[in-house]
Ligand binder design. Structure first.
Ligand code: NAD
Length: 514
């Protein structure tokens, strides 16, 4: 990628072109402009204008348009799949799967929005004279900044839900996958009633910075924690709210009663798919006691059979060349500190291709166990018990995904892992289930995409308290008789909350109802 500066005023107009290249072959796929603050602000202003009509539509109308958008995306699965394959470097199967899962999420958001965002009537407690409702409204314009590892699926987790909630979107794809963003914009323009409902602005970090500093109503960022901090700092100037979908160091736990062979098969897929470049990749594995030998043997055999690169490759190139250095560093650090390579390893790295690697004798102080590796690597640790596994799994700054394998008490074990999502007896399944919220804690970020939570994330919550009649001393007005109102409030407080008759009655009813 080369960025040519044509102007010294970076803050307003970075200018120049961004080259998009196939990471597997180096082939030049196309060029896009590096947009600055002026272009980004124009896009946001157009999106705001489009939001007036889009946001005012009924859910049924938007559903009709978004269904047309989803159909156009589904119809063009070959174009989009081929472009993802060439621009990101992942196999064609993974690329078309990415289009499929993106359609699943777009379809779900489209069909679910009306129900998830329906106005709810809520209880009012003592204020029986008030009718209370909660309603959900579009925020306006959502800025979406995306990564390169799932250049369609990941941003769609924000874009689809933001659009269905009645917002328009300005999308800044990664500088490594700008053409996917461009094609998505084209598909939207061909199927939505206004081409400014979903726009793409292209460029590098400066363009992302411009979007973060723009007048968007909310920003959905997906990327690394370091960049996330910069995005938050820029958004803070306008008090723009943000959703942060950041990295992970996802643990997998194999309990004493798990099927070790089956678990090993999933561990290999979870660690290696997309060449390990998934935010919810299996990044470290804790195997309890007797299961360890069978697990390690099966995982090593399976990993060594995974085909890398070429037309029938099961994993492709590492998309970002600098990532190869990070993977090599992590592997070399582990080996220097005593880890044993069972297959793959740092010497097997060739150009942008990394051989699937299984490591044992790893310790918690190795970078491979603490930092996000984002490569096709499976480090395995033997532990004495599930409790030890959970404790070590939770000893991290991250908290995105995780997986547990076993039978007895396995859901309770899943609940004890401090992460946003856990797959039980599989890996990553939660990503493809559109009813489940997706997001992390700690260094993995905050806020949720997908599911009803994802639709609400891109909505403004409105509380309405509609008073039907007044109660002196309780309603928000000056009581004409201060003394008797004070008496009434004292009696009310004691009876309702100070162990009085209402308080005791309520407890009895609660106990009766269980
Ligand atoms: P990155 O942080 O380098 O870049 C992400 C995006 O931010 C890009 O579009 C980039 O141009 C933009 N950007 C860079 N500097 C910016 C700035 N100063 N202001 C605004 N925008 C700026 O991340 P990446 O390498 O593209 O993605 C990989 C990371 O994303 C990994 O850590 C991965 O785990 C994470 N990820 C998280 C999720 C999730 O849902 N939690 C999903 C996919 C990837």
């Amino acid at each position: 990628m080369t960025v040519t500066q044509t102007t010294s005023n970076e803050a307003t107009t970075p200018g120049g072109d961004l080259e998009s290249r196939n990471p597997a072959t180096g082939e030049l796929l196309g060029k896009v402009p590096v947009m600055g603050q002026a272009e980004v602000d124009t896009a946001v202003a157009r999106a705001r204008e489009a939001a007036r009509t889009w946001g005012a539509m009924s859910h049924a109308e938007r559903r009709r348009h978004l269904t047309a958008f989803r159909r156009e995306l589904g119809r063009r699965v070959e174009d989009m799949g081929d472009l993802i394959h060439r621009e990101n470097g992942k196999p064609v199967l993974d690329s078309v799967q990415e289009v499929l899962v993106s359609c699943i999420h777009l379809d779900h958001a489209t069909l679910r929005a009306e129900k998830a965002l329906a106005t709810q009537r809520v209880k009012t407690g003592l204020m029986a004279n008030v009718r209370a409702t909660i309603s959900y409204h579009p925020l306006g314009v959502i800025g979406v900044i995306g990564p390169w590892n799932y250049p369609l699926f990941t941003p769609m987790g924000s874009i689809g839900y933001a659009l269905a909630a009645g917002n328009t979107v300005v999308f800044k794809p990664s500088e490594l996958t700008p053409l996917v963003g461009r094609l998505l914009e084209e598909i939207a323009a061909d199927s939505l009633p206004d081409r400014y409902i979903l726009q793409t602005v292209t460029g590098d970090g400066r363009t992302g910075g411009a979007l973060a500093a723009s007048a968007v109503d909310k920003l959905a960022f997906t990327g690394s924690a370091g960049t996330g901090r910069k995005v938050m700092a820029a958004a803070a100037a306008n008090l723009t709210p943000v959703v942060m979908e950041l990295g992970g160091k996802d643990p997998m736990i194999v309990a004493a009663d798990a099927d070790a062979k089956e678990a090993a098969k999933y561990a290999v897929y979870g660690a290696l798919t997309n060449a390990g470049q998934a935010c919810v990749s299996v990044e470290r594995c804790y195997v309890v006691g007797d299961q360890y030998d069978e697990f390690v043997q099966t995982a090593t055999e399976a990993a060594s059979k995974v085909k890398v690169g070429g037309d029938d490759g099961q994993i492709g190139a590492i998309t970002r060349p600098q990532q190869v250095d990070i993977i090599r560093d992590h592997l070399e650090d582990a080996v220097a500190k005593g880890a044993k390579v069972l297959t793959g390893g740092p010497e097997k790295i060739s150009g942008n291709f990394v051989e699937p690697t299984v490591l044992v004798d790893v310790t918690d102080d190795m970078r491979i166990m603490t930092d996000e590796t984002f490569g096709p690597v499976l480090p395995v640790i033997r532990v004495d018990s599930a409790d030890e596994a959970i404790e070590r799994a939770n000893d991290t700054e991250f908290g995105l995904g995780s997986s547990v394998f076993g039978e007895a008490g396995i859901v309770e074990m899943a609940e004890r892992i401090k992460s946003g999502m856990t797959a039980v007896n599989s890996v990553m399944t939660f990503s493809a289930i559109p009813t489940l919220p997706f997001g992390g804690i700690g260094e993995s970020g905050f806020g949720r995409i997908h599911g009803d939570e994802g639709l609400k994330e891109f909505s403004r919550t409105k509380a309405i308290a509609h008073q039907k009649f007044s109660i002196p001393g309780v309603t928000m007005e000056f009581a004409p008789d201060q003394k008797s109102a004070t008496k009434l409030v004292k009696v009310l407080t004691k009876q309702a909350f100070g162990g009085g008759i209402v308080d005791r009655l309520q407890e009895k009813v609660r106990n009766l109802l269980g």
